[in-house]
Design a protein around this ligand. Structure first.
Ligand code: RRO
Length: 311
């Protein structure tokens, strides 16, 4: 069975070494997505930038988009193709997440995809980084979001998949506005959702915030965001033409099952991989298979999107 589980952008996918670890046959990922990249390298925010509470499976981050620059993530795919030992020949789809510091930078990276087509399976355009100081999340500014999608879509190679990483929406009017914009374009995939922006975790013992940037405000991930993720997955599954990739709050196979039941075609793991390491992919895959066996499903298509309602 092809594995429909892979990493969320940002989680252990910043360096070539980390990407190789996710890519190896022995890692139970069905695809790999890179850390969101800007056109040029960035250091990100000053630390501490990450904190987790493993007991409740919850995290907060304000990494601030540290990355090696667009070309580095294309070079990773080139090494897969040319590695003499053939150990890492490309067998899994490889996606690059882009999150330029400006519209112009995203257009530049989108244009590059035309020459990089053979190294890439797709682009995930991140419209939802909550941690760039002074920059709002573009997915909450519908005018800017429309222009961003239109101009980037125009430039991206048609031979690769074009996806968007959305922020969580809460108000039905916002779901509707975002959905209407997305439906204007050929958007192959929607990753729902990014971390829940500008949350605050505190340490009651030290009476302090737990990360430095923005006096402790950062993106919340993990089990606490699952219900928000499911709502977004299901809305966009019902109301757009795009395939949905579920992300948010998956800590066990049953959570992955719920995402798929709400319409997700694949799921990404974030916080749980930070907490448990790459073994989380194997555990959650096996648990999902066990749930399916118990329910006598042989393919995710047997239940995908078939969430039942009261009359
Ligand atoms: O780098 C980050 O701080 C970051 C990004 Br780009 C993102 O999309 N989501 C997130 O939680 N952190």
């Amino acid at each position: 069975m092809r594995i429909c589980i892979y990493n969320a952008s940002g989680v252990k996918c910043k360096t070539h070494m980390e990407l190789y670890e996710l890519y190896r046959d022995s890692c139970d990922t069905g695809a790999v997505v890179s850390k969101s990249t800007t056109l040029l390298e960035r250091n990100g925010n000053p630390g501490p930038i990450y904190y987790e509470n493993p007991h409740v499976g919850m995290s907060i981050n304000s990494s601030g988009l540290p990355n090696r620059g667009y070309q580095y993530y294309i070079d990773f795919a080139k090494t897969l193709k040319t590695n003499a030992s053939n150990l890492y020949l490309r067998k899994k789809p490889y996606f690059v997440s882009i999150s330029g510091m400006s519209l112009a930078d995203n257009i530049r990276m989108a244009k590059y995809t035309k020459t990089d087509t053979e190294f890439l399976d797709g682009i995930e355009l991140n419209l939802s980084c909550p941690n760039i100081i002074g920059k709002p999340q573009i997915g909450y500014d519908f005018v800017a979001m429309e222009e961003m999608i239109r101009k980037v879509r125009e430039e991206i190679s048609n031979e690769i998949l074009f996806g968007l990483k959305l922020p969580p929406y809460f108000d039905i009017s916002h779901y509707e506005s975002a959905g209407a914009i997305i439906n204007e374009f050929k958007v192959d995939t929607l990753t729902c959702i990014n971390s829940l922006g500008n949350g605050l975790m505190v340490d009651p013992y030290s009476e302090s915030v737990v990360i430095r940037p923005k006096n402790g405000y950062g993106g919340i991930g993990g089990s606490v965001i699952k219900s928000i993720a499911l709502a977004n997955v299901h809305y966009f599954y019902k109301h757009t033409k795009s395939e949905i990739i579920g992300c948010g709050g998956i800590t066990k196979g049953l959570d992955a099952f719920e995402h798929i039941l709400c319409g997700a075609k694949a799921v990404q793991l974030g916080t749980i991989v930070m907490i448990e390491g790459l073994d989380a992919f194997t555990r959650i895959k096996n648990e999902l298979i066990a749930v399916m066996k118990e329910k006598k499903y042989t393919s995710i298509e047997d239940f995908r999107g078939k969430l039942k309602y009261f009359d």
